[in-house]
Design a protein around this ligand. Structure first.
Ligand SMILES: C[S@@+](CC[C@H](N)C(=O)[O-])C[C@H]1O[C@@H](n2cnc3c(N)ncnc32)[C@H](O)[C@@H]1O
Length: 250
């Protein structure tokens, strides 16, 4: 898939402009690509959120998922400390630094003391206003300690997790890998969240979701399922948003 993604980027850069936002793009030079790869590529090239993300300069279409949830629930505010887990290529972090006003050094913004920390297994190109911890496995305690040490007083207002494991194609294995990430992010959020803090986490729909929501309800005053419009309807992806952290007894 990385090769296909690189190829997709070069196709998008050549084809997408303001005027092409409404035109259907038919990819060329697909020789040697499997039928499913061709279909995936055509869908990507004609996806309204892929086009919009290129237009707005976001690194990927996921940006619109966070934008929609932020617009609805006012998750991100100037002065907040925010941890973005599974941040590569960086579109959520782009939104975070913008909402926290860390991306522009105006005189007014310099008085605002927020923190944005982005962590991922993969490389992340620099994002102005964010501290990046790349090529690091979030589930490792040493990585979580590193993040905590960067947070003011070791505390965060918001923990985001858009982490997803590399799919093996075996449903049970992939779901188990996803839940490992989900519970790792959850436990971390219990350690670092300020009282009244927010935790937003991606997972895949299935029998674990209700159990997960029940656990979160013990620790947060509001817990909701979210399926933003930019999350493909044929994907089992969903987000659980937990607001109003009540605290955690170790
Ligand atoms: C859907 S992508 C995130 C997209 C990102 N929110 C954005 O808007 O650019 C999921 C990310 O989770 C990361 N990931 C998966 N397991 C991880 C782990 N154990 N530690 C850190 N990142 C992980 C992957 O490397 C991948 O970049």
């Amino acid at each position: 898939m990385p090769i296909l993604k690189t190829f997709l980027c070069s196709v998008q850069v050549r084809n997408i402009s303001l005027s092409s936002l409404s035109n259907k793009i038919v990819p060329s030079n697909l020789k040697g690509k499997s039928k499913s790869s061709q279909e995936w590529l055509e869908r990507q090239l004609n996806d309204e959120y892929v086009k919009k993300s290129r237009y707005h300069g976001y690194r990927c279409r996921s940006a619109f998922k966070l934008l929609e949830m932020d617009q609805k629930f006012k998750l991100l505010k100037p002065g907040y400390s925010v941890v973005d887990c599974g941040a590569a290529p960086g579109s959520w972090t782009q939104i975070v630094v913008n909402k926290l006003k860390l991306d522009k050094e105006t005189e007014e913004n310099q008085k605002i003391k927020g923190v944005a920390i982005a962590v991922d297994l993969q490389h992340i190109e620099p994002i102005k206003g964010a501290t990046i911890i790349q090529e690091s496995d979030f589930t490792q305690l040493s990585v979580q300690e590193k993040i905590s040490n960067l947070l003011p007083s070791g505390k965060a207002n918001v923990v985001l997790s858009d982490m997803a494991p590399r799919a093996t194609g075996t449903y049970e294995l992939d779901c188990a890998a996803m839940m490992t990430l989900v519970y790792s992010a959850t436990k971390f959020s219990f350690h670092v969240l300020h009282k009244d803090g927010t935790f937003l986490c991606k997972l895949w729909d299935g029998h674990e979701v209700e159990k997960f929501i029940t656990i979160l309800k013990n620790y947060f005053s509001l817990v909701k399922r979210c399926k933003p419009k930019a999350s493909r309807s044929d994907s089992s992806e969903l987000y659980v948003l937990a607001m109003g952290f009540k605290g955690w007894q170790k």
